[in-house]
Write a protein that binds this ligand. Structure first.
Ligand SMILES: [Cu+2]
Length: 165
């Protein structure tokens, strides 16, 4: 690469530093003024911790979901009842799974991999999907047809441990 000699390198550096600190100041003001949690409220409840990356929509019976480190984007997917073709892309660096209990869906994706599965969405309870490796850190989400519904699995069966009733 040819490096063009700048007549005033020091000035350029100084201007850059000023611009950067101005940008940082603007960012700080923005963060202080806006409550982050107001962005997306979970439309349905599912058991356990959920890292909420927002609400998406199934269009024409299909949707794309990113499996990232360590959440699904989007996390909640509004859908009509029926079969949904879900293309899952691992955009993270860790391996992830896309798993739906009770539907025999459990695909593993290495970093950069993409797989398509078909999920059956009913008009009733939300259909929960999760990553087997990182569910405990909030890597799960759900398809839903109605806001305000609660997943059947809201009972305490997700941890795999004994609660000793
Ligand atoms: Cu994962």
């Amino acid at each position: 690469m040819a490096r063009s000699p700048s007549p005033r390198p020091r000035l350029a550096v100084r201007l850059g530093a000023v611009a950067a600190s101005a940008a940082l100041a603007t960012l700080a003001v923005g963060v202080g003024a806006l409550p982050v949690a107001a962005a997306t409220k979970p439309p349905v409840s599912i058991p356990g911790k959920v890292t909420n990356e927002g609400v998406g929509k199934v269009k024409g019976g299909a949707v794309a979901v990113d499996a990232d480190d360590f959440s699904f984007d989007k996390t909640y997917l509004k859908s009509g009842a029926g079969s949904v073709s879900v293309t899952v892309s691992n955009t993270g660096t860790a391996p992830h799974t896309f798993t739906v209990a009770g539907q025999d869906i459990d695909v593993e994706l290495s970093a950069g991999a993409e797989k398509t599965v078909t999920v059956a969405v009913s008009g009733g309870d939300p259909v929960v999907f999760y990553c087997r490796f990182h569910r405990g850190s909030g890597m799960q989400g759900a398809f839903f047809t109605k806001k305000g519904a609660a997943a059947a699995g809201t009972r305490t069966d997700s941890g795999g441990g004994s609660y000793g009733y």
